[in-house]
Design a protein around this ligand. Sequence first.
Ligand code: NAD
Length: 328
Amino acid sequence: MNILFYGTKKYDEEFFDAILPEYPELSIHYLEANLSPETAALAAGYEAICAFVNANIGAETVEQLHRQGVKLILMRCAGYNNVDLKKTAEYGIKVARVPGYSPEAVAEHAMALALTANRHTHKAYIKCRENDFSLNGLMGVDLYKKTAGIIGTGKIGMAMARICRGFGMRVLGYDMYPNPNNDIEYVTLDELLAQSDLISLHCPLTEQTHHLINRESIAKMKDGVILVNTSRGGLVNTEELIEGIRKGKFFAVGLDVYEEENDKVYEDLSGTILQSSTMARLLSFPNVMVTSHQGFFTREALEAISRITLENAAAFEKGETLVNEVTK
Ligand code: NAD
């Protein structure tokens, strides 16, 4: 089976090429161009395509892929909120994903963001390199004995809960589908917002969770809260977050994902004029730490992503049950 990879980076090629010889029935063609309605036509002659979080797999793209004869969309990521699943079902195109590759990779990055934004290590690094050994502007808060609120207690949320416990924090969880097997104190969303000193978002982006963090939910949070989002940008109403930051609601905010990310994520735009005023405003705040959707980016995660993606492709090729199929 021939697979066309969209939006490929050097590290994707490195990790997929390392194991491809184990799958002689599969062949890969790598494209740097990302998947969009304009590039979907390049899939002519390919039975499967492979895409990442920043691809546009809306109705128009799916229609175009269908016209080219594509039967399988391999998402080399966990999230699939960028795929129009109604359209793929309509055309009988299967969608498979990598449900859990390294929850710890994302959770560890969530804590790294919380710590960096809290203790200003990014600024301390620059200051020391400039021979400025003063501590101005670097004061943080202890996490020990504080309360962490985990929204979405799935694989990544529970990894974050373990990390927070390691810091000596009390851990609260909110989930639309609480898991009784999880060792976590479940509370309502309002209780979590009111009691948490650190709030970390780990639920998927769905119709229900879109703009879960908004003016009303921010008002319910403690003053001086630390908010971390490593899940999806659409969970947060950015304009209302900015309003909250300006009012001094947050001690720190750490964002690995943000609403406008798709046109710039994974691109080197240094030396160009930033067109997004929302991002420019976020970057202007001293207590906001932004990274570019890198939570997944560890060696272990990339090994698992390439392995599970090719397993998904091989299962489809052999007509076996697609265990990681996404249907809704
Ligand atoms: P998961 O499916 O294991 O867990 C998600 C949890 O959210 C589940 O327990 C589910 O019940 C809960 N949930 C669903 N709807 C909810 C709602 N309306 N309110 C509260 N909770 C709700 O997923 P996971 O592997 O832990 O991943 C979580 C998210 O992390 C993904 O959806 C993805 O968006 C994001 N992610 C980000 C990166 C990154 O690089 N930053 C990498 C991987 C995943």
